[in-house]
Design a binder for this molecule. Structure first.
Ligand code: SF4
Ligand code: SF4
Length: 426
């Protein structure tokens, strides 16, 4: 996959797009416009939340992930299943059956991402005890939320937990141990994440706070679901392959990460609109008595990811049921310190929402936007291809759209011309 600073997993199938504007209205960062009858994603603004994939009635929005056959490019193949996978199969009450099915797909070894979740939980507990850190600390496990903060909430960037994601922790361990175990060179070992969401694909291409991802690919849960399900129906749990813990499993569900930290002054929020509301309140310093905020872009947490198959509430109930069979965590208290999992680079603000290149230019465009907006019908109908009258006013002020893109303005102009012609006729 080619490196691109603004690579996004979420993309458009132009042939399927009908220009209906459903996705335009649902995008939380106003990253979509209709141009020449088709949706266009402004890639700087997209956070890969997957809302447009869920919304599009014509399935024109897709997530680009790796085809699972890519694993056969490697001699030794390692699967890193997200805990969300365990809630997808009605017939699999035991995780071992699901892991066995993954092996039948062709993987040589499985490293469960939930073990990384336990490591991050332990390191976070230690991190939260440190003096001088900005509170509340905001979790960094959801790449869509981190990206949202980077582009829209510059004041909150240094509240983001500066630790690697569970999947990167596990990928690092898996590769190291496979090299020792097999004696193979690193490039013969393929490490693949089985992902519930598009944002994880984007963070593999452009990893947050890391020079390079330890992954060799990201496969969507929906891509392997069918084949896995067909194996599962014939398998029995006669091998102990899982290292599951109740705490690691709970990371698939909103509130799981917070619960694993066992701290009182914390909140958990899921669903991108709810996340934006909470971040706005944090930005305005209206929330001041909280130490930790868990934000997950998908409703219900990762179980609500756009690349899953099962209803998120059903998947969530299944995972909670499975978790009852396991210990809370196997990680010894204090055995992992934040330095073990620290990001290599600072997470930075990305000023893509600025209207102009300089403050002066931005102020001028803002004033012009306001002037144009005053003349708009302010119905936010979306017929122009922008999400709101304000967004169209901004596009006009920046030179990306014309006043007559507004259907009401167009009608006004047409009526005016007809009147003029009638008068001339008279
Ligand atoms: S929802 Fe968006 S991508 Fe889907 S058909 Fe409508 S305009 Fe096109
Ligand atoms: S993935 Fe989210 S942010 Fe990106 S275009 Fe779709 S709705 Fe907008």
């Amino acid at each position: 996959m080619e490196k691109d600073k603004y690579f996004h997993s979420v993309s458009l199938d132009r042939d399927e797009c009908k220009g209906c504007t459903n996705c335009v209205k649902k995008c939380p960062t106003e990253a979509i416009r209709i141009r020449n009858g088709k949706a266009k994603i402004i890639k700087e603004r997209c956070i890969d939340c997957g809302e447009c994939i869920r919304t599009c009635p014509y399935h024109a929005k897709k997530a680009v992930t790796d085809n699972y056959k890519k694993i056969f490019d490697y001699t030794y193949k390692i699967a890193l299943p997200a805990p969300t996978l365990y809630g997808q199969f009605s017939t699999a009450k035991d995780i071992n059956i699901i892991l066995k099915a993954l092996k039948l797909l062709g993987f040589d070894e499985i490293y469960e991402v939930l073990t990384g979740a336990d490591m991050v939980s332990e390191a976070t507990k230690e991190y939260l005890k440190r003096a001088g850190i900005k509170k509340p600390v905001i979790n960094s496990a959801c790449p869509a939320v981190v990206r949202l903060i980077q582009i829209r909430f510059p004041n909150l960037v240094d509240h983001i937990l500066p630790l690697m994601s569970p999947v990167e922790c596990v990928a690092r361990e898996a590769r190291k141990s496979a090299v020792e175990k097999t004696g193979l060179p690193e490039d013969k070992i393929g490490v693949f994440f089985i992902s519930p969401c598009a944002a994880k694909m984007t963070s593999y291409i452009n990893p947050l706070g890391l020079e390079k991802s330890e992954l060799d690919g990201v496969i969507s849960i929906s891509d392997i679901y069918g084949e896995c399900a067909s194996f599962i129906s014939k398998l029995e749990a006669d091998e102990d392959l899982t290292k599951a813990t109740a705490s690691g499993l709970s990371w698939a569900i909103s509130g799981g990460e917070t619960k694993s930290l066992n701290i009182e002054k914390s909140i958990s929020v899921s669903g991108i609109r709810n996340v934006i509301n909470v971040l706005e309140e944090l930005d305005d310093e209206r929330i001041d008595d909280i130490d930790f905020v868990e934000c997950l872009a998908c409703t219900g947490g990762c179980v609500g990811g756009a690349l899953t198959v099962e209803n998120p509430f059903v998947a969530s109930a299944r995972i909670s049921q499975i978790a009852k069979n396991y210990d809370i965590s196997y990680i010894e208290k204090g055995s992992i310190i934040p330095e073990d999992l620290m990001l290599e680079k600072e997470i930075e603000y990305i000023p893509v929402m600025n209207l102009g290149k300089t403050m002066k230019e931005s102020m001028e465009i803002m004033a012009k936007t306001q002037q144009i907006y005053e003349t708009m019908p302010r119905l936010d109908c979306g017929s122009c291809g922008a999400p709101s009258c304000n967004a169209l006013s901004e596009d006009i002020a920046r030179g990306f759209a014309k006043e007559l893109d507004c259907v009401f303005k167009f009608k006004e102009k047409l009526n005016f011309l007809i009147n003029e012609m009638n008068q001339l006729d008279d």
